[in-house]
Design a protein around this ligand. Sequence first.
Ligand code: ADP
Ligand code: ASP
Ligand code: MG
Length: 405
Amino acid sequence: MALIVQKYGGTSVANTERIKNVAARVARHRENGDRIVVVVSAMSGVTDGLIKMARDLMPIPTEREMDMLLATGEQTTIALAAMALHSLGVPAISLTGAQAGIVTDGVHTKAKILNITPKQVHAMLDGGHVVIVAGFQGQTSEGHITTLGRGGSDLTAIALTAALKADLCQIYTDVDGVYTADPRVIPNAVKLDEIAYDEMLELAGAGAKVMQLRSVEFAKKFGVIFEVRSSLNDNPGTIVKEETRSMEDVVIRGVSLDKNQAKLTVVGVPDRPGVAAGIFKALAGAAINVDMIVQNVSHGAAKPVTDVSFTVDKADLLKAQKVIQGLKPEIGYRELLTNESIGKLSIVGVGMRSHSGIAARLFETLAGQEINIDMISTSEIKVSVVIDLAKAEAAARAVHAAFLE
Ligand code: ADP
Ligand code: ASP
Ligand code: MG
């Protein structure tokens, strides 16, 4: 008798028909004698709708109340999913993140899981129930409701798998698994049978929203092997696991495009020690994650100044602007520019470690499409470029064709 954690994302529970479909799948697994913990997201569009309402009231909503609001999305789904199972005669019970024992720090909207004490989950499983847990949410030790960052139901599922020492973790979504690129943008993308944690991490960090970045970090840290698969068919999915030797034979595992980044440029910053530290410390203090950073060569001999550009999630743009504007008296830069019309295109593969010339080939492919590169960053297994958003999808198709077709 296996213990299985199954997570169903927003599109898999988008309406009551889809919820019935999930209930039927869960009931089938239970007939095999397995014990099942189900993690669900909010119905698709619900979280976005709640965020929009909050922003209508306040451009930068108070974060504690934002979490109180967003947690309601998942709470709707757990109750509906439990009812759908009851209607099939399956004993099931819904639990909020807090009831499932998920304790987080107090960084509202991006909380980290500190520990999980799933006493109620165990008790309900022992009583023969399917346990349905609200994804994306937790509670601080003081009892404040928190959320785990966008896409955070993935993290709930993986963390619960580790805490419960479950035998299997299945992430059910609206595509058959992890592809060489987003199949909605690149029709020639193919499904991967397996992918290494590090590759999945880089793809997730580069915008492939099929898995939340933090959930993959957690899985790697705790060695949670999981499968990404479709809730709409029975095709085998993609297994995400530790790297194996044969994985290095493939140079590029995937291409990913992030259209959710914005660029800020602080123009005319004094070029002296400590200034960059001041800027990025202030951003970190506001819990803003900075992705790419580029500093220009300084100009002006007497009082050298430079320009510092960096990217953040679009959702953090207003907050980042406010932080940098607050630094103006201290740093004395000339102006702050922002650009939301950018796309970050990345290629990822553990095979890059043992193959050279990959970046050059990427740049050549982009040059062939007359695409200008704005920023570049690399890691051992990834090359990313920032380009004009208007050309980003065409660029992604050309790069996929060059490396993966
Ligand atoms: P869920 O609601 O189930 O959490 P998401 O919308 O968060 O699902 O993630 C699934 C989506 O991720 C797919 O519909 C697909 O468009 C997108 N996606 C982006 N990159 C990839 C990729 N490399 N492989 C598969 N899907 C991808
Ligand atoms: N509902 C949350 C979101 O839309 C969490 C999730 O779907 O995983 O980001
Ligand atoms: Mg998701």
